[in-house]
Ligand binder design. Structure first.
Ligand code: RIB
Ligand code: CA
Length: 316
């Protein structure tokens, strides 16, 4: 089967980093047209630099990187350095990438690329605040014609929030952008905390990946180990949740996940619940059921996939 054409929008970010290393390694399954980066976990400048670092580690400098929006549509910026460290990549040894990001802004490139692409030919993945995606949709709504689906990491229902009691970080960081994305007619596949909390990077799983020994696997193990020992993820034995690699794993092996169809609205105004995702499964209540909401993940299968793909990293 020919590789699936993908655009990957992210805010690396420790778990975005693992998702990037998986996507770069899975070149037999994914043709990554480009990486677009957005302000989120850390500044737009740092997320772009971090994407460059991971691209170089993965020996994938054939994939262009486009830096994007520096602040949310309306709310004030809120970073997540307490989860990702000051650099955004935990304690991963860093360097200035030898290849710069592209001069074109991420939103301009997204619009130009999607307008030129055949109908439903591109899978768009977003694992950070949805600012770039929403800005492109608002500026040029017809880009939806080229999008097969938008696979996002974001939202929470039964798990509750991780940045406030009721909101998950990516949605909370730009709720207005999330509302724009969920309101489109494009098919959305949403990996919220309800499903990503089922996928835990236990010390045993990290060690299995580390033993591969190639640069992408070693970097993956470093990033996952950093996340494991964050106070928010204690006890370490349970492992840190593997948020952002979930949509990438789904693109490669869809059977690893189960979904329920729904409609999602985002709270944008309340000071108490801004960023909350109201997940409505009742089609008679909310007929616009354009979202598949992740409800079950095969965690062992996801780590087996991660291991298999990282094992081929760096090979043609
Ligand atoms: O809530 C988890 C999400 O917020 C992940 O995408 C992580 O990178 C942070 O951005
Ligand atoms: Ca992220």
């Amino acid at each position: 089967m020919s590789p699936l054409t993908v655009i990957f929008d992210c805010d690396p970010g420790v778990d975005d980093g693992v998702a990037l290393l998986l996507a770069f390694a899975a070149r037999d399954a994914l043709k990554v047209l480009g990486i677009t980066t957005v302000a989120g976990n850390v500044s737009a400048k740092l997320t772009a630099r971090n994407a460059g670092v991971l691209r170089e580690i993965a020996l994938r400098e054939d994939v262009p990187i486009y830096a994007g929006c520096e602040r949310p549509l309306k709310r004030s910026p809120i970073e997540a350095g307490h989860f990702h460290g000051e650099s955004g990549l935990g304690d991963l040894p860093l360097f200035e990438p030898r290849h710069a990001v592209e001069a074109e802004h991420a939103v301009d490139w997204l619009i130009q690329t999607l307008l030129a692409a055949p109908a439903r030919s591109i899978a768009l993945v977003a694992t950070g605040p949805l600012t770039n995606v929403a800005t492109a949709l608002l500026r040029e709504p017809s880009i939806t014609n080229a999008i097969r689906e938008i696979a996002i990491m974001g939202g929470a229902r039964s798990e509750g929030g991780n940045i406030t009691a009721s909101a998950e970080y990516n949605i909370y960081a730009d709720p207005h952008a999330a509302q724009v994305v969920f309101a489109t007619d494009v098919e959305i596949v949403a990996f919220g905390l309800d499903v990503t909390h089922q996928v835990r990077a236990t010390p045993e799983r990290i060690d299995t990946i580390a033993r591969l020994g190639n640069p992408s696997a070693v970097a993956t193990a470093n990033l996952l180990t950093f996340a494991t020992y964050l106070p928010a993820n204690s006890p370490a034995a349970q492992g840190a949740p593997l948020h952002d690699p979930c949509p990438i794993a789904w693109l490669i092996e869809p059977a690893l996940f189960e979904f329920r169809r729904c409609h999602i609205e985002v709270e944008t105004e309340s000071t108490l619940t801004a960023g909350h995702t109201a997940v409505e499964f009742r089609a008679d209540v909310a007929p616009h059921q354009n979202v598949r909401w992740g409800v079950r993940a095969n965690a062992a299968g996801i780590f087996d996939l991660l291991h298999r793909k990282l094992a081929q990293s760096g090979k043609a």
